[in-house]
Design a protein. Structure first.
Length: 635
């Protein structure tokens, strides 16, 4: 089967070659085209192109009836009446140009006589930057070079290597070649023996050789990258010392190590001599994933470094947490004898936690009686308990991982707003961006020297006073009078912001509402009830849903007018208070049916109106009873 296939292949090749030869003969059967001095010329040279008819191949025996035309590609460049045509051509571009000679007879199509391709190029430039390398002690010698400008001609490169005892190796490659592998291995038996490499480029227009490159075994052998990299920590409970292990080729003298946390772009670099496949590292951080790479070199001054090894990724063991938790708290009265204490704390940074935090230990102590209550909390960063309103209380909170606990943060529970003289004043909150608010204040007018720090606290305003809404805070030194808050800040959301001035044993506070961006509310309040009370009415409403307030509310407006009246409604404007959901209206006429509705306003504008309610006052005229209307104005 294979023999039959081989015979068919040879037959196909023979037929193809015969057809090509026949086509060539047929193409020039009427005449010839000659090119002088050559069909391969140097850029800028002039060529003479001649076209001649073979005997009895013209239009007629009379030469004047034979019109020979010379084409350059498809463009006519010359013609002549007779049996031959001569043309001098200059300015040919680099590359191949096709010339075709045709015969034009009267009342017939042009007939192709013959053609010629002229190749325009340049002699090869001297190859530059010849360099050779052997990858690994068992690798083979390979060389690279820069060819220079394109010759636009077929160019052959010959690479020659000469060594001790007149040994010579030679390899060739064709066209656009800048790399050759000799396929031979240099051994370390004579590491100082000299070898010389040279590359020669040859084409039809000339030749050029590179400068020789002389080197030794140690100059060109690039070790293979280290492999089998692993790390061992001397103590499972500590990263104070660890050892990196790897394998290398036998002649390696130098190593360089680089390592970094996986989330870092900066490498730490270490150079070591005669490490013999191991090195101790002393400055790694606990509970951190690191990347390690190693490179090798055979000689202190000669040769090149290997490529970097594959990356080893390993996480260092945990260690006991450092640093202290940032703890804050809120107090809320329950009744005459009890109060609720809510503690909050921020996660330690990765560098402080030094491991996975398993739980937080909270210790609550009554200082005068010595009563201690402790609770471990897994995964939470808050804790709430109920304690007596009497006595002095202190709390300590620490974070624990598998290796130990952080130092406890201790704070005394006090009334944070009790000292009016410590209260900051002129507190303001202004938008800085879509997700940040700049809070500014003035120091307390008195007891300024007692201030040890400021705490800026903020949480999303919720009409119901929901204690589950996350609390945020930051601390500021006593010389600061501003803070940029950005954690958990969203646009079109109102925040209750408090600034506390804290001394050693007391605190004062001031509060303000603020938002990072606002617009008019999406809806007005929904009136849910209107009741009559001693000649006036009491309007009750449902708060606008938080997601529809679109910032901090400034005012409510209550509108009313007589039913079926075309007059402008009257209105009453009420400053917004979180807890308020009702308001009285005086001055209405008895036994008159009114239509009432409400709107809400932010600094950006007024909402659309809420629902309409009708009401008819049944009692006596309140104005007749001497009661003045409550801020009644025309809308």
């Amino acid at each position: 089967m294979a023999h039959t296939f081989r015979r068919c292949s040879l037959a196909l090749i023979f037929i193809t070659m015969w057809l090509l030869i026949k086509a060539k003969i047929d193409e020039c059967k009427r005449g010839d085209v000659t090119v002088k001095p050559s069909r391969v010329i140097l850029l800028g040279s002039t060529v003479n192109i001649s076209c001649s008819l073979k005997p009895r191949q013209g239009c007629s025996p009379y030469s004047r009836r034979n019109k020979l035309i010379l084409y350059k590609f498809d463009r006519r460049i010359n013609f002549h009446h007779g049996h031959s045509l001569n043309a001098e051509v200059t300015g040919l571009p680099l590359g191949t140009t096709l010339f075709v000679c045709k015969l034009a007879c009267i009342n017939s199509d042009e007939i192709q006589i013959c053609g010629a391709e002229i190749l325009v190029g340049v002699a090869p430039e001297q190859p530059q930057n010849l360099s050779c390398i052997q990858k690994g002690e068992q690798g083979t010698v390979a060389c690279t070079w820069e060819r220079g400008q394109d010759t636009h001609l077929y160019t052959e490169y010959t690479l020659q290597l000469s060594g001790p005892k007149n040994l010579t190796w030679q390899k060739q490659c064709k066209d656009y070649c800048d790399y050759l592998d000799f396929g031979i291995n240099l051994t370390p038996k004579s590491p100082e023996s000299n070898f010389t490499a040279k590359v020669t480029a040859v084409n039809s227009l000339g030749s050029s050789s590179s400068f020789p490159s002389t080197f030794t075994f140690l100059d060109i052998v690039r070790p293979l990258p280290p492999w089998d990299i692993r790390i061992k920590f001397q103590k499972a409970s500590s990263v104070s010392r660890c050892t990196l292990y790897w394998r290398d080729e036998g002649l390696v003298l130098l190593n360089r190590l680089r390592y970094r946390p996986s989330n870092s772009r900066h490498w730490n670099m270490v150079n070591v001599t005669e490490a013999r496949g191991r090195h101790d590292l002393l400055d790694l951080k606990p509970f951190t994933e690191y990347e390690f790479q190693i490179s090798s070199k055979l000689h202190l001054y000669k040769g090149s470094w290997s490529d970097w090894s594959e990356t080893l990724r390993a996480q260092t063991p945990e260690e006991e947490p450092t640093g202290m938790l940032d703890v804050w708290y809120m107090k809320q009265h329950i009744d005459y004898s009890r109060q609720q204490i809510s503690l909050f704390w921020k996660n330690l940074s990765v560098s402080e936690a030094r491991g996975k935090i398993l739980h937080y230990q909270v210790t609550l102590q009554e200082l005068t009686g010595g009563k201690v209550m402790t609770q471990n909390i897994t995964g939470h960063t808050s804790w709430t308990t109920v304690i007596s309103r009497t006595g002095n209380w202190a709390v300590a909170v620490s974070a624990a991982n598998s290796k130990g606990s952080s130092l406890p943060t201790r704070i005394n529970i006090m009334n944070l707003c009790e000292a009016g003289l410590l209260a900051p004043h002129q507190v303001s909150a202004n938008s800085e961006s879509m997700d940040s608010i700049l809070v500014t204040w003035q120091p307390p007018r008195k007891d300024l020297s007692a201030v040890q720090e400021y705490v800026v606290e903020w949480r999303q305003l919720h009409p119901g006073g929901d204690t589950q809404i996350p609390l945020n805070w930051l601390r500021s030194p006593p010389y600061n009078v501003s803070a940029l808050i950005s954690e958990n800040i969203k646009p079109y959301t109102c925040y209750e912001i408090r600034v506390y001035a804290l001394s050693e044993d007391q605190g004062g506070c001031s509060s303000i509402l603020g938002n990072s961006k606002h617009k008019a509310p999406l809806s007005g309040p929904h009136i849910n009830a209107i009741t009559e009370e001693k000649g006036s009415i009491l309007i009750s409403w449902n708060s606008i849903p938080v997601q529809e307030q679109m910032g901090c509310l400034l005012h409510y407006r209550i509108y009313w007018k007589e039913r079926d009246s075309n007059s402008q409604p009257q209105l009453c404007e009420i400053p917004y208070r979180v807890s308020q959901n009702s308001h009285p209206i005086n001055g209405l006429q008895p036994r008159v049916t009114y239509v009432l509705w409400m709107t809400a306003l932010t600094a950006a504008g007024e909402s659309s109106q809420g629902n309409e309610r009708e009401f008819c006052l049944q009692g006596e005229d309140t104005a007749a009873l001497g009661q003045a209307p409550d801020r009644l104005v025309h809308a």
